[in-house]
Ligand binder design. Structure first.
Ligand code: FEO
Length: 389
């Protein structure tokens, strides 16, 4: 397998996971890549590795450039095993290599692997390592995505290797965003933020603020395609918006249904938003994965969740979505709970509890006994239109 030169003497030597279809619950329809970068200088540096099942890909790409036993430094920007999984294999080739990581990175790596023989160099923000013609410096980015996360920056190359942040789960032969479809890459970057970094948007904002002070012409994340030229500004601008939780006048209606009544209610709610000229989407939880719904929710002002009552609670699909939402915690939304019921109607209370936990402003709670008629549905639309103002 070949290495891709991304800058003179700096190579992408990662792995392409064409068949990855899910990543801890996140649907990755486009696969992913685990990006590792090899820097050839007086010291040979490997920045991050790959998941262990594709270690051979990493090694074979490195071998097209250099004997892996010549690696002097392995930078571990993040302990999660999609990036650290092949460090033990590299250490077998090059047992005297130094592992450079954050303080939490050292702790994490020692918990993941038998690292008793590994030589560590622990770095803090602003620390610098000279590797010959180049210097590498580090920015600790706690919780972007784990407590150990950090970015590696090369001033001479204006190159940032920030690991997860700015990544996309996207397998492709191309290495740069400008070689692929920009709209698709941005959609995947948005999905990545919504499903991975959203709960840490405050920390992400701090990281982006530091990153924006750097002189940059390339951001090479650890998943997906590399941002260069004008695309660097575009992804930073997108993160400014996502980190700041900027929403637009848009509603996402998420529901499941048993006999169609809750679906009809979803349509009535849709009509109210439509009448008010508010962008609106309906997502049936049997048809759309929760991780894709999160991409739509990231900039939606209104979140509407509907479930009929089943066994005195909400439907499992809705519960799954709400628990996912609760973990990812998008803030400051206006919410509507809705659903039909036969006798108890407890699903509505369960949905409301999650809205309360998330401190959402509840615009309405709409419940209907058994099957709404045409006039009931029309009234529902009219009532909601009035509430929308
Ligand atoms: Fe790509 Fe947090 O690992």
């Amino acid at each position: 397998m070949r290495a891709f030169e991304i800058k003179k003497g700096i190579y992408w030597v990662g792995a392409i996971d064409w068949e990855l279809s899910e990543f801890h619950g996140y649907l990755t329809q486009r696969g992913s890549t685990y990006n590792a970068y090899l820097i050839i200088d007086e010291k040979i540096v490997l920045v991050d590795t790959v998941k262990s099942h594709v270690t051979d890909d990493l090694i074979s790409r490195i071998k097209t450039i250099i004997d892996p036993s010549k690696i002097d430094i392995i930078i571990s920007n993040h302990t999660e095993m999609d990036h650290s999984g092949s460090i033990p294999a590299i250490m077998k080739y090059s047992p005297n290599a130094t592992v450079v990581c954050s303080p939490m990175g050292e702790k994490g790596l020692k918990k993941h692997f038998d690292a008793t023989q590994w030589k560590f160099k622990v770095v803090e923000t602003g620390d610098k390592i000279n590797i010959g013609k180049r210097d590498l410096s580090f920015i600790l980015m706690q919780m972007v995505h784990w407590p150990d996360s950090m970015a590696t920056y090369c001033l001479q190359e204006k190159l940032l290797m920030p690991n997860d942040i700015f990544g996309q789960h996207m397998a492709s032969y191309e290495r740069f965003v400008d070689e692929n479809r920009f709209d698709v890459v941005m959609e995947e970057a948005k999905k990545y933020f919504a499903n991975i970094l959203l709960p840490y948007s405050r920390q992400s904002l701090d990281a982006v603020t530091q990153i924006e002070k750097l002189s940059l012409d390339m951001i090479a994340p650890s998943h997906g395609l590399i941002w260069r030229g004008d695309d660097v500004k575009k992804i930073l601008k997108a993160y400014d918006k996502w980190d700041a939780n900027i929403t637009v006048n848009k509603a996402v209606i998420v529901y499941d249904t048993m006999w169609g009544s809750t679906k009809e209610m979803a349509t009535s709610i849709y009509k109210a938003f439509e009448a008010k000229n508010i962008n609106v989407e309906i997502k049936n939880l049997r048809k759309t994965h929760i991780s894709d719904i999160m991409t739509d929710i990231i900039d939606a002002k209104y979140i509407c969740v509907g479930s009929p009552t089943l066994n005195n609670t909400m439907m499992p699909t809705v519960a799954s979505f709400l628990y996912y939402l609760k973990g990812l915690r998008p803030q400051n939304r206006i919410a509507i709970a809705f659903g039909s019921y036969g006798w108890g109607g407890q699903s509505l209370n369960e949905i409301e509890k999650v809205f309360e936990f998330l401190k959402y402003q509840t615009l309405d709670t709409i419940k209907f006994e058994y099957v709404p008629r045409k006039a009931d549905l029309e009234k529902m639309t009219e009532d909601l239109k009035n509430k929308l103002g």
